[in-house]
Write a protein that binds this ligand. Sequence first.
Ligand code: FE
Ligand code: FE
Ligand code: FE
Length: 167
Amino acid sequence: MGLFTHDIKTLDDLFVHTLQDIYYAEHQITKALPKMIAKATHPELKQGFETHLRQTETQIQRLEEVFRMHGHSPKAVTCPAINGIIEEANEVAGEVADKDVLDAALVASAQAVEHYEITRYGSLIAWAKQLGRDDCAGVLQQNLDEEKATDHLLTALAERQVNQRAA
Ligand code: FE
Ligand code: FE
Ligand code: FE
């Protein structure tokens, strides 16, 4: 998709483009998570990231399934938003010296990623339903549920433990 070339003409085009966007984002997340696992100190946070890395690999497979169901080959288009979120996460992590404060920073960065994913899956599911693709919506909903669960888990971990240790 070129900028300003008006390649997206229909809601169906927009659905496929956004599918390609989140497909790219999920791949970038599988590259970023091992670095976050390495940087995390709190065992539950490390474990949480490891679990979400495995979930993310499954999410990529589900996206490939949705592409096929909708008659397209899986393809990624650059998502500047996820690149920016990951770049900022790396920058901030690089600035933090204290391990416990670093954990708090990692939680915040991970939640920025989850929230981006939640907006994209929310729109994709709504558009899939509008396009009469409840089957695609159902598969995408599984990814959305995992992103929301991860977000809630991170909030709980921060409020119960990580933030107090960092303070
Ligand atoms: Fe994801
Ligand atoms: Fe994007
Ligand atoms: Fe996620």
